[in-house]
Design a protein around this ligand. Structure first.
Ligand SMILES: Cc1cc2nc3c(=O)[nH]c(=O)nc-3n(C[C@H](O)[C@H](O)[C@H](O)COP(=O)(O)OP(=O)(O)OC[C@H]3O[C@@H](n4cnc5c(N)ncnc54)[C@H](O)[C@@H]3O)c2cc1C
Length: 367
């Protein structure tokens, strides 16, 4: 065989740390806000009308330039500016299944270079679990919660069984999650052949849309987009600082284990918060590593205002063990309600809404 090295990360943690970095650099970040419409003056974009999806209130935000960086939702936003505009994105669905660590003990991942249909497959240690993925399926609908297809799940389980320490079956699957890659549209038939490069589109009214791309190239994508937007809006020239800029939390985490390692430089602050209350060191569920104090931390410091965000994007409970996340949702809702001053009705609504979202992550044997 061949040994090679690659990097791995937690996507929602990096997205959050980028938002925190933006704030530290003087930006203003609005979470749970949805762009509903553009404000135009003489056919040029002069801002956006947004809705706070929690309070349902609308606001106007004026801007010299608006950047549309909305992944697979880019076409929908471009069509708010130009109704009927042809789509620029081909959505490609990829799913992962999550198994316990015992299916792939140790620190090394496995790359399977030839699946039955000629794809590359990975089994990777992640957050003390094993993730197996992914697939590459052309889809027509762009859904905020895409659903893994039975044949995709079957494909991963069948191939995983050939290479892992133990043969997994459906009942070993802790969670199933699906995502949509926002690939730039071209004429290639298979999505695996479509370029992962990015393009920048400027509309007649001045909307700057960044489409395509991938996490690996996010700094280059950002620099290209901001530089283009600045020239378009005739803003004063400023050198892009991304090359040297450390992201919020950056610190050497070698030797730090458990959930602690991804907090980086915030870790001492979380440790202090956990001493505030005797129950904060307790985990939210016996099969999940997250402590109650981490939920409180997320509410106070990470713009976390829904149970779904707490269990899916601040912690990764939903992705690591969907059934455990569902069972923990009541405790998490109560903790959050205490922090945010919400009542029993809020708790019940949040738990119900979370359980609805979690259905698609649960393997069919647990539904
Ligand atoms: C299965 C899979 C495998 C991948 N593998 C890799 C890989 O190996 N390497 C790699 O580098 N990358 C990988 N990626 C990443 C991928 O290629 C994309 O870069 C990434 O998913 C897209 O991020 P994004 O920020 O552009 O979009 P998203 O993460 O989808 O973010 C778009 C945001 O826009 C918001 N939004 C939408 N509409 C509106 C509106 N009207 N108003 C306000 N906000 C709005 C949404 O709420 C969302 O938060 C993978 C992705 C998937 C799904």
């Amino acid at each position: 065989g061949v040994i090679y090295h690659d990097g791995q990360f937690d996507d929602s943690r990096l997205a959050l740390n980028l938002a925190q970095t933006a704030i530290e650099q003087g930006g203003t970040v609005l979470n749970y806000f949805n762009v509903k419409q553009f404000i135009k003056a003489e056919n040029k974009i002069a801002g956006v009308i947004v809705e706070d999806t929690l309070s349902k209130k609308e606001f106007e935000i004026k801007a010299k330039v608006v950047i549309n960086a909305t992944g697979v939702f880019s076409d929908a936003v471009q069509q708010l500016d130009e109704p009927g505009k042809e789509s620029t994105i081909t959505p490609s669905q990829g799913i992962h299944i999550v198994l316990d660590k015992e299916f792939l003990p140790g620190k090394a991942a496995i790359m399977i270079p030839h699946t039955d249909d000629g794809r590359v497959l990975f089994a990777v240690p992640w957050h003390e679990k094993t993730i197996v993925g992914t697939t590459d399926t052309l889809v027509d609908d762009i859904d905020a919660e895409p659903i893994a297809r039975d044949e995709e799940i079957e494909f991963l389980i069948t191939h995983a069984a050939r290479y892992l320490t133990k043969d997994p079956t459906m009942k070993d699957v802790r969670s199933i999650y699906a995502g949509l890659r926002p690939l730039v549209k071209n004429t290639a038939k298979k999505t695996a052949e479509i370029s992962r490069d990015h393009s920048i589109i400027i509309s007649d009214s001045g909307l700057v849309s960044i489409v395509g791309g991938k996490w690996t190239t996010y700094r280059k994508m950002a620099a290209d987009t901001v530089n283009t937007a600045a020239v378009h809006a005739m803003l004063p020239y400023k050198e892009c600082i991304t090359n040297e800029l450390k992201v919020h939390g950056a610190v050497d985490t070698d030797g730090i284990t458990g959930t602690d390692y991804y907090y980086g430089s915030d870790l001492p602050l979380i440790a202090t918060l956990i001493t505030e209350n005797l129950t904060y060191a307790d985990v939210i569920h016996e099969r999940l590593p997250y402590r109650k104090g981490e939920i409180v931390w997320a509410v106070r410091n990470e713009m976390c205002m829904t149970v779904e965000d707490a269990l899916s994007r601040r912690t990764r409970a939903l992705l690591l063990d969907a059934a455990a996340a569902v069972e923990a949702s009541q405790v998490v809702a109560e903790l959050m309600a205490g922090e945010l001053g919400h009542d029993q009705h809020w708790i019940e609504t949040q738990v119900r809404e979370f359980k609805e979202v979690a259905k698609t992550y649960l393997p069919s044997v647990n539904k």
